[in-house]
Design a protein around this ligand. Structure first.
Ligand SMILES: NC(=O)c1ccc[n+]([C@@H]2O[C@H](COP(=O)([O-])OP(=O)(O)OC[C@H]3O[C@@H](n4cnc5c(N)ncnc54)[C@H](O)[C@@H]3O)[C@@H](O)[C@H]2O)c1
Length: 391
């Protein structure tokens, strides 16, 4: 095998992007797509349409799609069940973020995945592939910053209008989506938080639901984190602010690293802060830091394509995964912990009680305004395939 045959479940905003990446990758070939709404099929990248089979039925897609790899790009609640079905049908998988809506569902997905060690299982945590993020990870892992004392991440440049929330009937309701800014916009940052810094042991958060929009779920979060080694953190997210900020500030013994507006700047201390603090004879003096702008290569390739091709090479040649699916539970648990803290108005110790979270979510689902639509009852797959030249 020198090419990976790929299928996509869910051809919406991101599924459309995946179809183009698959078409353009020399390692992959788009074989089939599946969507409950046949109107979605016209979103398949135009040059790929003629050779792509279209299905509205998942079982037929899995049985007849002739694929090695399936990308799951439907709304979050369905990620685990579709991923499990695809694995049971012998398909390698890439699961879009978040891998599930809550910890217990992610645990079940990972348990089922463990029954298929022969299959490559990845999550679409593509932001691990931004060159700046790779440099930050390397600086931390190589000890260039020294012990980290404080992490501040303000990620409020996720502004979304009311129209955005109204654009998909599943969006921003407990029943349809299962969460807001923590579950839809921030899974990348929550994944990066755990990828860079590991997991905190305690979380306290103030969470606002529908503060800026007519939605059921959270659109503002102010969270405080504590780590086992004493590091503290603040994670601030919103979809209601304009202009927004994306500023990651890491204060450490050897200085302060800031990533903002595409610039990675390190203010480097001549001595570690705690050494200077113990030894200086001055009561008020501080050392003047050296200002270093850390270079990194510009991002020229779609980060989603980089994950796709990493998975293709993992299937073809056993390459190590950049974002193993099982790691997806960590950022998810972090977001769940913030929501749980907001709901209970108290500190949350990690690991969280996944059953407690699920029970609280189920109560909200029971009173959710959103009712799932039964989509396009009768679909003529054959005529759809004909229009794409499949017959
Ligand atoms: N990695 C990223 O950067 C990234 C970016 C955007 C979206 N996403 C994730 O991708 C997922 C989809 O988001 P989107 O913005 O593309 O949504 P969307 O609403 O634009 O598209 C979802 C598509 O899935 C279809 N669908 C729904 N349920 C289905 C089912 N059970 N079987 C088959 N098809 C089904 C819908 O008809 C729709 O065409 C979300 O989980 C989101 O978090 C990830």
């Amino acid at each position: 095998m020198d090419i990976v045959k790929v299928g996509i479940v869910g051809v919406g905003n991101i599924g459309e992007h995946h179809s183009r990446n698959i078409y353009e990758s020399p390692l992959c070939k788009l074989m089939a797509v599946c969507d409950i709404d046949p109107k979605a099929f016209k979103r398949v990248y135009a040059p790929a349409q003629a050779e792509t089979k279209c299905f509205t039925d998942l079982d037929r897609f899995l049985a007849e799609g002739d694929m090695d790899l399936v990308i799951i790009a439907v709304p979050h609640y369905d990620h685990p069940s579709i991923a499990i079905k695809a694995m049971n049908a012998g398909k390698h998988i890439i699961v879009e973020k978040p891998i599930a809506v809550h910890k217990a569902a992610a645990e079940e997905l990972i348990r089922e995945g463990a029954k298929h060690p022969e299959l490559v299982q990845s999550a679409m945590f593509c932001q691990r592939e931004y060159n700046a993020h790779k440099v930050i990870k390397r600086l931390i892992d190589q000890g260039e910053l020294g012990r980290i004392t404080r992490i501040n991440w303000i990620i409020t440049n996720w502004f979304r209008s009311q129209r955005y929330y109204d654009s998909g009937d599943w969006r921003a309701s407990w029943r349809g989506e299962g969460g807001g800014v923590l579950l839809n916009q921030c899974p990348h940052q929550l994944d990066l938080m755990q990828w860079f810094f590991g997991m905190p042991c305690k979380v306290r958060a103030a969470v606002k639901f529908g503060k800026y929009h007519d939605i059921e779920v959270e659109d503002e979060v102010n969270a405080y984190l504590e780590y086992p080694d004493g590091t503290v953190g603040n994670f601030i997210a919103s979809t209601g602010e304009m202009p927004g900020t994306n500023r990651l500030e890491i204060t450490a013994e050897k200085g302060r690293l800031v990533y903002e507006n595409g610039v990675l700047e390190f203010l480097r201390n001549e001595q570690e802060t705690s050494v200077f603090c113990r030894n200086t004879e001055s009561s008020f003096g501080v050392l003047q830091p050296w200002k270093c702008t850390i270079p990194y290569e510009p991002d020229t390739i779609s980060i989603h394509r980089l994950i796709l091709e990493n998975v293709a090479r993992a299937i073809l040649h056993g390459e190590k995964l950049i974002a193993p699916m099982a790691e997806g539970i960590r950022g998810l648990e972090l977001g769940n912990a913030m929501l749980l803290s907001g709901w209970k108005d108290c500190d949350i110790t990690l690991p969280i009680d996944g059953a407690d979270f699920e029970e609280r979510l189920n109560k909200l689902i029971a009173t959710s305004r959103y009712q799932k639509k039964t989509v396009a009852a009768e679909v003529d797959e054959n005529s759809m395939q004909k229009s794409f030249g499949n017959n």
